[in-house]
Write a protein that binds this ligand. Structure first.
Ligand code: PLP
Length: 450
């Protein structure tokens, strides 16, 4: 433990010295690593990484006065103070969207978007199965059926080739999920939507500032939803936003999120449309407004560190970095790669993950095949769903989960690090690479360890 600590301290203080640089370069050489790999921590060796990782969420004392200003003003509600509209303007500008709406959460951003795009009881929405469960729930909230396109295990996002076979006369929308902030193949998805006259609602809840072919995620379909929940890159405890290139659609979202009050192009001043209360508070908007520069700077750091990890991890047999669409920049809410035990003498993924955690590198296998977990059975066995679909359709729907071979593979082979790990310095990224090389070099021994 001590060795590694002093080694990192050494890098920081003596990086300018040629001796240190020579040592660092030698340390980065792939073959040197394999030959000299120390014992894995799980076999009694020294953990590669010491001292924890960036804590999340973060607070800056200089934000305090602005937050107090909001509370002292006693204008806390969306319609009484200026911060929510200021945030909406700034968020739209930063993303290059025509307009944005602040809302209560990522989940509500998706519910509102689906409602506004006309997704109604008995409709079907084609969606990515590889996502946080809130994506499924937003569709179920509209009493619609989440129909799963398969996941491309190479990209972890919706495989556009599997969309058209899922379209029925009830399909109303496609909902691509930019999972971990990795943009979906939006050109292909939009082309299918156009051909079949379907709406596109992007789940960009993990994709703040992510880019696809020079445009930001959340501006590529009809409407895009974001989350600002506490774990997110720009958090306000809870919170969300919807963006669009259509002012009219955002006005409709605004009306629905504000108890049905008319807005913009929706003429009149009263309640004239169905609506719910999904408003953001002024204090949440103020907290978000202060994190714009931080988000921009940290996005660049995460991207640089992720690029470095992908370039180096891709050289290790058994590790495959995720394939990204051409000319895209992910936001990396999680950094994910695929693990193939064959490259590690058959070491099962859970043992690999345990060995990596023992090196001081927290990791997870984020999503299961959650369509088998009971949530969808509960929905399709409910009175409402039985009324809305035939028994044959619901049976075929349930059976179709077994066809999601790509998603099964994605769930079974992915390993990921959370975004805060990518905010560390380059030497910490090298430690991650070193840890994985070390585990691989000793994988035969690790296989034998109970
Ligand atoms: C992909 C995805 N969709 C939707 C959501 C829902 O966002 P929220 O938790 O803000 O409701 C999240 C949040 O974790 C998410 O990651």
């Amino acid at each position: 433990m001590k060795n590694s600590l002093s080694r990192r301290g050494f890098i920081r203080t003596a990086a300018a010295s040629s001796a240190a640089l020579a040592w660092l370069n030698a340390r980065r050489g792939p073959n040197v690593f394999a030959a000299n790999a120390g014992k894995p921590a799980l076999l009694g060796g020294t953990p590669v990484h010491q001292g924890g990782w960036t804590a999340w969420p973060q607070w800056r004392e200089e934000w305090g006065e602005k937050m107090l200003e909001v509370y002292r003003s006693r204008k806390w509600f969306r319609l009484s103070g200026p911060q929510v509209p200021e945030f909406e303007k700034a968020w739209a500008e930063m993303l290059g969207a025509k307009k944005a709406l602040a809302v209560a959460s990522g989940t509500t951003s998706l519910i509102i978007s689906l409602h506004v795009m006309g997704v109604d009881a008995g409709d079907e929405v084609i969606v990515s199965p590889y996502t946080f469960i809130a994506t499924y729930n937003a569709i179920l909230n509209r009493k619609a059926l989440p129909v799963f396109a398969d996941t491309d295990p190479a990209t972890l996002t919706m495989d556009p080739k599997t969309i058209e076979s899922r379209i029925t006369s009830r399909t109303r929308a496609i909902m691509p999920v930019h999972i971990y902030g990795m943009p979906c193949e939006m050109d292909a998805i939009n082309a299918i939507a156009k051909k079949h006259k379907l709406a596109v609602v992007e789940d960009a809840c993990q994709a703040w500032l992510a880019e696809y072919k020079g445009r930001k995620c959340g501006t590529l379909g009809d409407l895009g939803g974001f989350s600002f929940q506490e774990s997110k890159h720009i958090p306000s405890g809870e919170g969300g936003a919807i963006t669009s290139m259509s002012e009219d659609l955002i006005d409709r979202c605004n009306a629905f999120h504000n108890c049905g009050r008319s807005c913009g192009n929706f003429k009149g001043t009263g309640f004239f449309t169905r609506g719910e209360n999904y408003r953001m508070t002024q204090a949440q908007a103020m907290l978000l407004l202060q994190q714009f520069n931080k988000l921009k700077k940290e996005t660049v750091i995460r991207q640089a560190n992720a690029d470095h990890l992908s370039a180096q991890l891709g050289k290790i047999p058994g590790i495959t970095p995720v394939r990204l669409p051409e000319n895209s920049r992910p936001s990396w809410h999680l950094y994910a790669f695929r693990y193939d035990a064959a490259g590690f003498n058959g070491l099962p993924r859970d043992k690999f993950m345990k060995a990596l955690a023992a090196e001081g590198i927290p990791n997870s296998s984020p999503y299961r095949e959650q369509y088998f977990d009971g949530l969808l059975d509960e929905a399709i066995n409910s009175r409402g769903y039985k009324r809305l679909w035939s028994a044959e359709r619901l049976k075929a729907y349930r059976d179709s989960f077994n066809d999601l071979k790509g998603n099964k593979q994605a769930c079974e082979t992915t390993v990921a690090f959370t975004q805060n790990i990518l905010l560390s310095d380059r030497s910490a990224m090298d430690e991650i690479i070193e840890a994985i090389r070390k585990i691989q070099a000793h994988s035969a021994e690790l296989v034998k360890k109970a």
